[in-house]
Design a protein around this ligand. Structure first.
Ligand code: AMP
Ligand code: MG
Length: 396
């Protein structure tokens, strides 16, 4: 039997880091920077006022209260600000450039708000309410390092330092393909013996959630010729083909029958759920990962083998799910020689995790209520309540 780590290594070898592409800032949310972003301008880029008020020479208002003539107005955006004449002040708005000669701002609240002559009720020290050029970011600084995930604040600083576009890693394109003659599209009538197809939309969502792009092809029947014809037509120009179903030990295992001997290797991995796995390059070309068909096996296998590899290819600094240690809420048993990924609900305040649904791999309703997976190692056959387990946070 293959270990989890061995199969992870096989899948990891299929995807290289994605090349860089430039995208508009609008399209950059959640993307990973492929290169450092360097500030084209300083932040602030000029000395400006932190308040609505009056630009003054601190020395001239030291004896406040004092009345001084207002030489001119400086609204935000004024680009032709003259020097401040001696013995006068300028009315200035937040974000407007501080005139040459001024060294402090007196807020409007500490004045009578005059427009010709203003009464200043309080003195100001040099530098008061002046935002200094470059005090946040100097021109030429690396504001965002390669590998940064772009969220709102990161997109904000890229824009503020003059970048309309940023270099990010291209999102891998993943063709999602389910197999099974029993499958029917959700919404269509169902005959006895048929089931609604769920792995396709589920895995496509998981692919997108990992940051890659899914092409959802839905399902093909258990027919080798049809399966291969679909692959020949659609597995072109994609970075990965992700199938589900048709890889276990029975008859009519369409994926196994079609791909064995064509560059894809099928193994039994020492884990539960998700024992039967396959991976390789179809005829030496496009990478293929074949997940088992049971919905819980499919999604857990995606979590263990595919998601970290997609995220690593995207350049994520943390390709893995966050892992915490929690105490088990109840006793459980587990087969020897299998790493179990059981579905749980974490109580983060108490530091406990409770199993939901039990081990069987068809319990999709329970999976949908879980917020974590917890791991029972291969050599552990029993855990008493209160035992510490590693918990993978699925919504982190
Ligand atoms: P298989 O590995 O193809 O034998 O499938 C194992 C189990 O998973 C069977 O009960 C299938 O009906 C079910 N299954 C396979 N593919 C899907 C799918 N795309 N959606 C829902 N259930 C599936
Ligand atoms: Mg099947």
């Amino acid at each position: 039997m293959t270990t989890v780590e061995e199969h992870r290594a096989v899948v990891a070898s299929l995807l290289a880091p994605m090349p860089a592409e430039e995208v508009a800032l609008y399209d950059a949310r959640g993307r990973v920077l492929a290169a450092d972003v360097v500030a084209a301008t300083a932040l602030p880029s000029f000395d400006n006022s932190a308040m609505d008020g009056y630009a003054v020479r601190a020395a001239e208002v030291a004896g406040a209260p004092v009345a001084l003539p207002v030489a001119f107005d400086i609204p935000a955006g004024r680009t032709d600000v003259p020097p401040l004449p001696e013995g006068a002040v300028a009315r200035i708005m937040t974000g407007a450039p501080v005139p040459e000669g001024a060294d402090a701002i007196v807020p409007v609240e500490q004045t009578d708000g005059g427009t010709e002559v203003v009464a200043l009720k309080a003195a100001a020290e040099v530098g008061t309410y002046v935002r200094r050029a470059g005090e946040d970011v100097a021109a030429g600084d690396v504001v965002l390092a390669a590998g940064t995930v772009l969220g709102p604040a990161q997109i904000g600083v890229a824009a503020a330092t003059g970048h309309a576009r940023v270099p990010v890693r291209r999102r891998p394109v993943v063709l999602v393909l389910s197999t099974g003659s029993e499958l029917v599209a959700p919404g269509a009538p169902l005959q006895h013996g048929q089931i609604y197809e769920s792995n396709g939309p589920m895995l496509a969502a998981a692919v997108e959630d990992a940051g890659a792009r899914a092409q959802l092809l839905r399902f093909v029947p258990d027919d080798v010729e049809q399966f291969l014809a679909v692959l020949a037509e659609r597995a072109v120009g994609v970075d990965l083909v992700l199938t589900s179903g048709g890889v276990s030990a029975g008859a009519y295992e369409v994926v196994k029958d079609a791909l064995a001997g064509r560059g894809v290797t099928f193994d039994k991995v020492a884990m539960q759920p998700g024992g039967p796995q396959g991976a390789g390059r179809l005829d030496g070309g496009v990478p293929v990962v074949t997940l088992p068909g049971n919905p819980v096996s499919s999604l857990v296998s995606f979590e263990v083998f595919v998601r970290p590899v997609l995220r690593a290819a995207l350049g994520h600094p943390h390709p893995e799910r966050p892992v915490v240690v929690a105490r088990l809420a109840q006793r459980l048993t587990s087969p020897s020689g299998r790493r179990q990924f059981r579905r749980g609900v974490l109580d983060a305040r108490e530091g406990t995790v409770a199993e939901i649904g039990g081990p069987p791999s068809h319990l999709l309703g329970s999976l949908a209520k879980a917020d974590c997976l917890f791991v029972v190692p291969e050599d552990v056959t029993e855990l008493v309540a209160g035992s510490e387990v590693a918990v993978w946070l699925l919504d982190g």
